[in-house]
Design a protein around this ligand. Structure first.
Ligand code: ADP
Ligand code: ASP
Ligand code: MG
Length: 413
């Protein structure tokens, strides 16, 4: 008997009819003989609705109370699915984060998992039950509810699959796999049969929200076999796993777009040792991830620094940056609420030069200005004005994937 962790996202459990459809799928897997742990997200739109309620009451709602609020979304869908399964005659039981001691640190809103105790889940499975788990939530050492970050029901699923040594972790969502680009933005995107953990990690980190970043990290660390599938069809999904030889033959596996970035410029910073640490120290201490950073060449002993962050972190980061700017005598703090980051990802870049140059040419042909650039071994990212984000993504997809653009031979880029 295989032990399978299935995860159903927000759209998949977005209405009573959809919960019925999920229950039918789960029942089918159970009839095949699988031992099942089913992780669910909140119904589509619910988490956003709850965040909005809190923000209507005060500008920066307390993070502990916000977690208590937003975790209810998953509580509702887990209970509803369990009720439906029982109604169909299947023994099911639902667990919230604290009921299975999914222990996290106290970093509310983006808590990290410390351990998962599977005793209760195991006992329920041994009793022949289908275990339904509320995703996205845990409990800290004080017994308070925490949440694991947006999209983190994927992480709950992978963490359980790792802890239970499950045979597979199946992520059911509203697309039937991982595509070469977001199929809802880029109609010519193609479905991938498989993708390496490393590429998926880059893509998830660069805006392909089909899998949450930390879930891929964890899957890679514990070697969890992961498959992304549609909850609405029987189509074969995309396997995410260890790379094999042939994967390096593909220059670019995917193109991503992240429209959820904001840009902050701190202007007129004295150009002397220690100031970057003064600026970025407090931001890091607040648990905010800074993405790209550029520092202009200095003029008259002063320089400008520009960096990007996730848009949800903008209010807190601006607050911190303004405080530091005052202390260090910087002349100005400016920000752009929305910028776009467009990236190309592929294992083949390790052994082929010229991808960046080719990418810049494609964007130049579209007259899109590049504001920032970052590269790693297997990706090139650029920041562009958000109104050109989708155009840039499609142009790059056309060039690198549909047009199968090749890089310049080694050394000629
Ligand atoms: P869920 O609620 O099931 O967790 P998400 O909305 O988080 O679903 O993720 C699925 C969405 O991810 C798709 O609807 C699609 O628009 C988006 N997406 C972004 N990039 C990709 C990609 N490369 N392949 C497939 N889907 C992608
Ligand atoms: N409901 C949470 C969110 O919307 C977690 C998830 O869906 O994975 O971010
Ligand atoms: Mg998701």
């Amino acid at each position: 008997m295989a032990l399978v962790v299935q995860k159903y996202g927000g759209t998949s459990v977005g209405s009573i009819d959809r919960i019925k459809a999920v229950a039918a799928r789960v029942a089918k897997a159970r009839d095949r003989g699988d031992r099942l742990v089913v992780v669910v997200s909140a119904m589509a739109g619910e988490t956003n609705r709850l965040f909005k309620l809190a923000s209507e009451l005060t500008e920066l709602p307390d993070v502990r109370e916000t977690d208590a609020l937003v975790a209810t979304g998953e509580q509702v869908s887990a209970a509803l699915l369990s009720i439906r399964l029982q109604g169909l005659g299947y023994p099911a039981v639902s667990f919230l984060g604290f009921q299975m001691n999914l222990a996290t640190d106290s970093n509310h809103g983006r808590a990290r998992i410390k351990s998962v105790q599977c005793d209760r889940v195991m006992r329920a499975l041994d009793d022949g039950r289908i275990v339904v788990v509320a995703g996205y939530q845990g409990v800290n050492a004080d017994g308070d509810i925490t949440t694991l970050g947006r999209g983190a029901s994927d992480l709950t699923a992978v963490a359980l699959a790792a802890a239970l040594k499950a045979d597979a972790c199946e992520i059911y969502t509203d697309v039937d796999g991982v595509y070469t680009a977001d199929p809802n933005v880029c109609p010519k995107a193609k479905k991938l049969g498989r993708i390496s953990y490393d590429e998926m990690l880059e893509m998830a980190g660069l805006g392909a929200k089909v899998l949450q970043l930390r879930s891929v990290e964890l899957a890679r660390r514990y070697n969890v076999p992961l498959v992304v599938r549609s909850s609405f069809s029987e189509a074969e999904g995309t396997w995410v796993g260890k790379e094999d030889q042939s994967m390096e033959d593909v220059l670019v596996s995917g193109v991503t777009l992240d429209q959820n970035q904001s840009k902050i410029t701190i202007a007129g910073v004295e150009d002397r040792p220690g100031l970057a640490a003064r600026i970025f120290g407090p931001i890091a201490d607040a648990g905010i991830v800074v993405d790209m950073i550029i520092q202009n060449a200095s003029a008259d002993g002063r320089t400008d620094m520009t960096f990007t962050i996730g848009r949800e972190d903008l209010p807190r980061t601006l607050d911190l940056t303004r405080r530091v700017a005052n202390e260090i005598g910087a002349t100005d703090v400016r920000h752009q609420d929305q910028t776009a980051k467009v990236s190309v990802v592929g294992l083949g870049m390790r052994s082929h030069a010229g991808v960046a140059a080719r990418m810049f040419q494609v964007l130049a042909n579209e007259r899109i200005n590049i504001e920032m650039i970052a590269t790693s071994e297997i990706k090139v990212s650029v920041v562009v004005n958000s109104k050109y984000g989708e155009l840039a993504m499609r142009a790059l997809h056309d060039a690198f994937i549909n047009g199968a653009a090749t890089a310049a031979p080694d050394g000629l880029a």
